[in-house]
Write a protein that binds this ligand. Structure first.
Ligand SMILES: Cc1ncc(COP(=O)(O)O)c(C=O)c1O
Length: 378
């Protein structure tokens, strides 16, 4: 699997690159963050600019626990939370602490392509497991655990990247049971858990009283601002203790204490709930525009499900076009997408493409899909 440098992209301002899975500027609440930073600096409490407590300050974890309890509808204990520099850093930490080079990680057959690189950084072998409309296929998952003596399962349970699909409640239960039976760590990357457009997805893995071997990864990148680099892990006491043994934490304290304290100010101000409501509505409108434009411009040439949350459409082309081959024409036409095979853990998905509706407004999305429709028609 080739390594990618995703931030080296040149942004042509006239291009509508639907490969970009990042929020547009107007989705990030500068005013809330600015006000939070002002309150933080005005607070005059001693020690706030010093190193932070290893797993994140209790004030931050309490505010986060309150937020998660309200959002996900279950009581979250602040002592199960561990501050990270975002999901990616959390995943890197899990790999560093709980795997060895040569171990196998099992992932959804189409998954977050940049997580693959984190696994490669740790010398892990990546094996894809099939999914259906309920998510990971449990029998195949268990066979793969045994066959590869796998050490880690990585799943994106809600509104997955790239598929937009959600793991059913039953399958979530089955995965927890498997993790206990085989003593395998499950990294549940819930980056999009809070971004539902209507009904909420099945409860977070973190809603379980006994988290067992499951580690939930959460992030403020998708619901506040990626540049903050603030996220969290939710995990049981034994695993949490193991993370605290990490050298860089003992040397430098919690990662991104400062960003976490600004985030805390936003959480305790109560403004986050309203912001999240507006964000969901904006993303829903964009998903609606993308769905309508796909119907108008790709129609019978393609198949897709309108996602019920998150950032992405996963589009399968009816003819056997290889989306890697058609990408240069799309770029010349002033648009772009992520070719499916980049997201493939064990090959395939050559005629799929991932489209993000987070980085552009409704009009731009419609125009981008028109351009794409013309390219694919020719
Ligand atoms: C599934 C998933 N996990 C993690 C990330 C990155 O998250 P963070 O910015 O918190 O590192 C992304 C961003 O696209 C994602 O889609």
């Amino acid at each position: 699997m080739p390594k990618r440098r995703s931030f080296e992209r040149v942004r042509d301002s006239s291009a509508i690159n639907l490969a970009i899975g990042q929020p547009s500027d107007d989705l990030m609440p500068r005013d809330l963050l600015g006000a939070g930073a002002k309150r933080f600096f005005e607070s005059q409490q001693s020690g706030t600019l010093n190193y932070g407590a290893p797993s994140g300050e209790l004030e931050f974890r309490t505010a986060l626990a309150d937020f998660l309890s309200t959002e996900d509808g279950h009581e979250v204990n602040p002592d199960t939370l561990f501050l990270t520099g975002g999901s990616s850093q959390g995943l890197d930490l899990i790999c560093a602490q709980f795997t060895q080079p040569g171990d196998t990680v099992l992932v959804e057959s189409a998954s977050y392509f940049l997580a693959f690189q984190i696994f490669q950084d740790h010398g892990l072998k990546i094996v894809g497991v099939s999914t259906d409309h309920e998510g990971l296929c449990i029998d195949e998952l268990e066979q793969a655990i045994v066959q590869h003596q796998a050490k880690l399962i990585y799943t994106i349970p809600s509104y997955g990247n790239p598929t937009g699909m959600t793991l059913s409640a039953n399958r979530r239960d089955a995965i927890v049971a498997l993790s206990k039976r085989h003593q395998i760590i499950v990294a549940a990357d819930e980056a999009y858990q809070q971004l539902h457009f209507a009904a909420a997805p099945p409860p977070s893995f973190g809603s379980r009283a006994d988290l067992g071997q499951v580690i939930v990864l959460g992030t403020f990148s998708k619901i506040l601002a990626p540049g903050l680099r603030v996220g969290w892990l939710q995990l049981g006491q034994t695993l949490r203790e193991q993370l605290l043994d990490t050298g860089w934490i003992n040397s430098g304290g919690a990662i991104n204490h400062f960003g976490a304290m600004i985030t805390r100010e936003v959480l305790v101000s109560g403004a986050m709930v309203q912001h999240l409501g507006q964000l969901r509505e904006a993303l829903n409108r964009r998903a609606e525009s993308m769905d309508a434009a796909l119907h108008d411009c790709l129609g019978p040439q393609a198949q897709w499900h309108r996602p019920a949350g998150g950032y992405f459409f996963w589009v399968g082309l009816a003819h056997s076009a290889n989306t890697q081959d058609t990408l240069p024409s799309a770029v010349r036409a002033g648009t772009g997408y992520l070719p499916g095979n980049i997201c493939a853990a064990s090959g395939g998905f050559d005629h799929y493409l991932r489209l993000s509706f987070a980085a552009y407004d409704c009009q731009q999305i419609t125009e981008g899909i028109k351009r794409l429709g013309r390219v694919l028609a020719s």
